[in-house]
Each structure stands twice: as C-alpha cells, then as structure tokens.
Design a protein around this ligand. Structure first.
Ligand SMILES: [Cu+2]
Length: 73
C-alpha cells in the first residue's frame, strides 16, 4: 500500500535545484511520484510500498541537498 511522506529539503535555490531533486527522487524505483516545492523547501514523495527515509536522505545528500522527513503538521 502506497504512502505519501513530506521531506524537508535544504539548499534548494532555484528551479534548477528543483529539477535536480525531482529527477533524483523519480529515478528511485521505490518512489511512485514526487512533487517538489521550492517555496516550501519540501518534497512530497509517494512511495510504492513502505517509506524509506534513509534512501531519500542518502540520494539527495549525494546531490548536495540535505533532506529529512518533515515534522507532521
Ligand atoms: Cu538551483
């Protein structure tokens, strides 16, 4: 069962960063869909199965964007 999780993504400065983050996450087979907001500094990830926060953190860290699961609001 898929689940949607919001991640806080730091260091995004322009639409190019948004495109990089989006492409990076969409390349992960475990991720079904991604919506990235530059204004909010967040990525909304729809997982195919169980969420894997470490996978997101590691993939984005390699691109220079520290990321972590956003606090529930
Ligand atoms: Cu940029």
């Amino acid at each position: 069962m898929s689940e949607t999780v919001e991640y806080r993504v730091d260091e995004m400065a322009c639409e190019g960063c948004v495109a990089t983050v989006t492409a990076c996450l969409q390349a992960l087979p475990a991720i079904e869909a991604v919506q990235v907001s530059l204004a909010l500094g967040r990525a909304t990830v729809q997982w195919r199965d169980a969420p894997d926060d470490a996978l997101v953190a590691e993939a984005l860290q390699q691109k220079g964007f520290p990321a972590r699961r956003a606090e529930a609001r």
